[in-house]
Design a protein around this ligand. Sequence first.
Ligand code: IPM
Ligand code: MN
Length: 362
Amino acid sequence: MPGDGVGPEVTREALRVLAAAGERFGFALAHEEFPVGGSAIDALGAPLPESVKTACLASDAVLLGAVGGPAWDALQGDLRPEAGLLALRKALGAYANLRPVAVPDFLAGASPLRREVVAGTDMMIVRELTGGIYFSSPKGPVEGTGGKEARNTMRYSEAEIARIAQVAFTWARRRRGRVTSVDKANVLEVSQLWREVVTRVRETDYPDVELEHLYIDNAAMQIVRRPSDFDVVVTANLFGDILSDLAATLPGSLGLLPSASVGGATGLFEPVHGSAPDIAGQGKANPSAAILSAAMMLEQWGEADAARAIRRAVNETLAEGARTADMREPGCRVVSTGEMGARVASRVRQETGREQPVEAAA
Ligand code: IPM
Ligand code: MN
């Protein structure tokens, strides 16, 4: 689902790299294309038309570009492009949004933060994706006494908290064994329940995993001050949305961050970045996040060698100095979206697929 803005450009490159990976690692992918968000509003009158939703549910995975743009900004509520994306996440049951953020050595200088601060950063943000303030009722406009009023509700059940906590603890076991749970338990009752349930899940099922709790305001500061201390960060929908853009400054560009949304039968794979209407259609967008999202999709399907090969190809392409404009550094050559994708694809075709001694993490 290419979506809006730069979405079509970056998903085109992800498909190109997937085709190369299929050739190299011996699998074939069949895909169909559907509109979502603004493009679906224009073509079919709704941000997630019924027929599109049905097609998504019948797929093994959904690869999505981005949604939204100024053309649809005047629309409200369920008619907005973003509402289509939220409805899709909900329909797929994709409650766990995995957003890995790593700063390989060769990128530490590209960060707006000092090299010694970001060096060694390798965290996984686990964002709850189908509940919380994005979805709960009551919501919407209400009759006010002093002019217009509107409301949203932040609400979580024990079951919703427990299942996202389990995802976080499971990832921690595969990684460095640490979970930071982020909430606002000093103010919000919903966060007090969050903290209680996360603590209990650890005690009952994951006593070997280290757990700390941080308030969201403090977490934002600590992620900027000492990013390399974090392993798995688990948090509610809205907090995770904010923290993941914040964390994107660590490697220097939002254009690098992939995501996987899992939990249902069909996974959803999309870059963390938005539709960037200001540069849409100009070949300036960084396709890395979309390409790395496709790698997460292959990983999910057990094609671990192909996923690793794609990650390595992206890293090597960036390391040799081919950069889209968002990652321009002295001594690097600025390339277009298409050239970046073509370079990554050609490296994937040459990959051995075996673990190599120095694998930069991305
Ligand atoms: C994201 C985006 C979306 C979100 C928008 C486009 C609805 O910002 O995936 O982070 O808020 O979840
Ligand atoms: Mn966001």
